[in-house]
Design a protein around this ligand. Structure first.
Ligand code: RNT
Ligand code: ZN
Length: 393
């Protein structure tokens, strides 16, 4: 008997249908962030450091220096990452050499659309409000200068229209996710006014219905912006609930002992859609490559247990320049899918029944035994059926 056949029997014995799990698993879209491939430099041809309180560290050779090269890298990742994928772009990744951010148009992304079409991939989109002279004060959409705010509002509106263009062209939804770094290094004298300005700017950006999934992403702090973040979690949770937007939860954007897996069920009661930026913070929002660790498993479990696969958009967000970039992506994509597989192989009904009956002993026993069930045989079978290597040794 094959390892898979044995595993299938063992799972069947605890009420889990591995075939059904694999069918569901394969269809879950995971949106891969394009920016792991070039350390978030983009193709504007702008010399200068990455700003906005984020950092890519490491000097492993091979950062992509053109969109063609980046796409070639992504093709290599998709060849080893099983399951439905999407690609998540930032505005700086178009053919935008010398193009100001308040001038970007769908045509600057034509090559991405052609490439995505040929592969049946969906595209998601983010405006880029960092690494730019007009973000130099640490404020963009909440800047006191109306001219600076207007520049960024225009950039965001255009970005949102580009996302809608992707949806129209590719026949699948497009997530438009807005994150800004706005904040102060030291304690603000007025924490309220920048938030009012941000809310006003968002009202302009999100005015008018477009064929996009609108999402907003909060943050706790950034480097050099440690004391105050305009777009905090409470700010965006409130804004998303009030305006019917999706809320983006980034795994690195909370206090070190807070985890987004613990927030998913609560948020699901109040917003229709969520976007996840699955990342791995090490002591801070360091954006390490995601590992198959407890939190990754917990994130996947909460989505599956909550029946939220249709309402939670899973995206990755990390950038490690210290290792081979294609490998970094592939490891993360495969880990996300492994975590989802683990979640789908849970005998969820049995666990729930034990809990509903206050039989926490049975819940504990089963939870622990599940950890050493032969899930890897199911993974291997899945990879084989998907035509990708089971192991990347
Ligand atoms: C930064 C946010 C944001 C970015 C990307 C590049 O802390 O997580 O999502 O990482 O938009
Ligand atoms: Zn993020």
């Amino acid at each position: 008997m094959s390892l898979y056949a044995t595993a299938k029997e063992q799972y069947a014995a605890i009420g889990v249908d591995t075939e059904a799990a694999l069918k569901t698993l394969d269809a879950i879209p995971v949106s891969m962030h394009c920016w792991q491939g070039d350390d978030l430099r983009g193709f504007e041809g702008r010399d200068g450091a990455l700003t906005g309180g984020i950092q890519s560290t490491g000097s492993h050779p091979g950062a992509a220096s053109s969109a063609d090269e980046l796409r070639a890298y992504i093709d290599r990742v998709l060849a080893v990452a099983p399951g439905a994928a999407r690609i998540n772009l930032h505005a700086i990744y178009g053919d935008v050499k010398g193009v100001e951010r308040d001038q970007i148009e769908p045509e600057h992304f034509a090559a991405w659309v052609e490439w995505a079409k040929a592969r049946g991939l969906g595209l998601d989109f983010n405006p880029t409000l960092f690494s730019h002279p007009k973000s130099g004060d640490g404020l963009t959409l909440s800047h006191p200068d109306a001219g600076i705010r207007a520049f960024w509002i225009e950039h965001c509106k255009r970005s949102r229209r580009i996302a809608a263009h992707f949806a129209d062209q590719l026949g699948t939804h497009s997530v438009f996710n807005l994150w800004i770094a706005d904040g102060f290094k030291d304690n603000p004298a007025d924490a309220l006014t920048p938030r009012k300005r941000l809310a006003g700017a968002l009202d302009e950006i999100f005015a008018g219905k477009l064929n996009v999934v609108d999402a907003v992403e909060s943050k706790l702090f950034g480097i050099g912006l440690e004391s105050y973040t305009v777009g905090s979690h409470e700010f965006y949770l409130g804004y998303a609930v009030k305006n019917g937007l999706a809320l983006c939860l980034d795994a690195g954007h909370f206090h070190p002992t807070e985890v987004i897996s613990a927030k998913i069920s609560a948020v699901s009661l109040f917003v229709e859609r969520m976007l996840l930026h699955v990342s791995r913070p090490v002591r801070w929002d360091s954006d390490h490559v995601i590992m198959l660790d407890d939190e990754l498993a917990a994130i996947a479990r909460e989505i599956v247990r909550g029946g939220l696969l249709e309402r939670v958009h899973i995206g990755l967000d990390y950038f490690d320049g210290s290792v081979d970039r294609v490998t970094a992506w592939a490891v993360g994509m495969r880990n996300m899918r492994k975590a989802l597989l683990l979640a789908l192989l849970e005998p969820s009904q049995t666990l729930r029944e034990a809990e509903y009956a206050f039989d926490f002993t049975a819940r504990l026993r089963l939870t622990e035994e599940l950890k050493t069930m032969p899930w890897i045989a199911v993974w291997d079978e899945y990879c084989q059926r998907s035509g990708v290597p089971a192991r990347m040794l």
